[in-house]
Design a protein around this ligand. Structure first.
Ligand code: PMV
Length: 340
C-alpha cells in the first residue's frame, strides 16, 4: 500500500452561508450552502502513515501543532483510520500560503487537502461525493472545496449523513468573478465556527428563521450564477451573509465578528453598488470582508477600497479548481471519478 500522498486544495467562500449543524458528531449541516472555490490561495498537505510511529505528528507552516487544534486533527485522523481499517499513526505536513484561522476559509482547503491526501496514501478510492462527505467530517465547508468553481452543499436527510455532501453547480470557467479579500486585522479569530454555530443554535431566537430561509436563497443564487446575473447574486449573497451574522449576533451572549473597519467596508461597497459598480460583500466567521466583483472592475474596486484609512492588505483570488493530488514530480491531477 502507498502510505504517502500529497494533495493541493483551495479555500472556498460561501455565497449562501452554512451556519449550524443538525448533528455535531457526524458534522451534518442544518441547511445547505453554496460557494465558490478560489485559486490564488492554497493549502498543500502531505500525509505519511507510519506504523512505527507512536502518535500523530502534525506540522502546520513548519511549526508543530499542539493543544485543541492538534486534538481536533487527531480525532479526524482516527475517523480516517476507522474507515480505512488501519491503525498507523501519521505525520502531516501542511502549508497554507495565506493566514490560518482568520476567517479566510483555511479549514475548507485544509480538510479538503487532508481528506484527499489521506485517502490516496491509504489506497482508498472514493468517488468525489464520497470524498466530499469524508472532508465534511473535518469541516462542513471543506466538503465544497472538493469541487472547483461553484458548488452546492446538500444537507441530506439521512441520519448517518451518507447524503450530506457537495455537488458541482458550475465550473471555474463559467463566470470569471474576482474575490478581493480585504484584511481588517492581523489577529486570529476570537471564536471558532463550530463553537459559535452551536452557541447560535442553542441561544439565538433567530436561528430557526435563519435555517428556514436557506433553501430559497440557494435556489436564487443558483439561478443568478447560471444566468451570470451579477445584481441578483449580489442581493442574495449579501442577504445570506447578514442573516447568518444577525442570528449569531442575537445569541446570548452575542457573537460579533465585525470590527469598525469591517462595517466601513460594507458601507463603501453598498455605496459603490448604488453608484453603478458591480460588486458585493460577504463576511465569514472573522472580521475580514470578501468583496466580489467582475474581473474588469478589480483594479478600480481595489483603488477605491485602499482609500479607507486602515485598509492596507488585500488578497486577490479567482474561481479555481477542485482538490488535486500531486505526484513525486510535482504534477497535479484529479484522479477521482465523479460517479461510479
Ligand atoms: O467549515 P466550518 O465549520 O469552518 O464553517 C464555515 C462557516 C462559514 O465560513 C462562516 C460559512 C461557510 O459556509 O463557509
Amino acid at each position: 500500500m502507498r502510505m504517502r500522498a500529497t494533495a493541493v486544495a483551495h479555500p472556498n467562500i460561501a455565497l449562501v452561508k452554512y451556519w449550524g449543524k443538525r448533528d455535531e458528531l457526524l458534522n451534518l449541516p442544518a441547511a445547505g450552502s453554496l460557494s465558490l472555490t478560489l485559486k490564488g490561495l492554497q493549502t498543500r498537505t502531505t500525509v505519511v502513515f507510519d506504523p512505527s510511529q507512536d502518535r500523530d505528528l502534525i506540522m502546520l507552516n513548519g511549526r508543530s501543532v499542539v493543544g485543541k487544534r492538534y486534538d481536533r486533527l487527531v480525532r479526524y485522523m482516527d475517523y480516517i483510520r476507522d474507515i480505512s481499517g488501519t491503525n498507523a499513526p501519521a505525520t502531516i505536513y501542511t502549508e497554507n500560503d495565506f493566514p490560518t484561522a482568520a476567517g479566510l476559509a483555511s479549514s475548507s482547503s485544509g480538510f479538503a487537502a487532508l481528506a484527499a491526501a489521506s485517502c490516496a496514501a491509504l489506497g482508498l478510492n472514493p468517488t468525489l461525493s464520497q470524498l466530499s462527505a469524508i472532508a465534511r467530517m473535518g469541516s462542513g465547508s471543506a466538503a465544497r472545496s472538493i469541487y472547483g468553481g461553484y458548488a452546492e452543499m446538500l444537507p441530506g436527510v439521512q441520519e448517518h449523513g451518507g447524503d450530506a455532501y457537495a455537488v458541482p453547480v458550475a465550473s471555474d470557467v463559467h463566470w470569471d468573478l474576482r474575490c478581493l479579500m480585504v484584511l481588517t486585522t492581523n489577529h486570529e479569530k476570537s471564536i471558532g465556527s463550530t463553537e459559535a454555530m452551536n452557541h447560535t443554535a442553542q441561544t439565538s431566537p433567530f436561528f430557526d428563521a435563519w435555517v428556514d430561509s436557506v433553501p430559497a436563497d440557494i435556489e436564487e443564487a443558483k439561478t443568478a450564477i447560471m444566468d451570470r446575473d451579477f445584481d441578483r447574486l449580489a442581493k442574495v449573497a449579501e442577504h445570506s451573509c447578514l442573516k447568518f451574522h444577525a442570528s449569531a449576533i442575537a445569541s446570548d451572549p452575542g457573537i460579533i465578528y465585525w470590527n469598525g473597519l469591517t462595517i466601513q467596508i460594507v458601507h463603501k461597497v453598498r455605496q459603490l453598488r448604488k453608484e453603478g459598480m458591480n460588486l458585493f460583500f460577504t463576511i465569514d466567521a472573522g472580521p475580514h470582508v470578501k468583496v466580489f466583483c467582475e474581473s474588469s472592475q478589480l483594479a478600480a474596486v481595489k483603488g477605491i477600497l485602499r482609500t479607507i484609512p486602515g485598509v492596507t492588505r488585500f488578497l486577490v483570488a479567482q474561481p479555481g479548481p477542485g482538490v488535486m493530488l500531486e505526484d513525486e514530480q510535482g504534477r497535479l491531477s484529479a484522479p477521482w471519478p465523479s460517479k461510479r
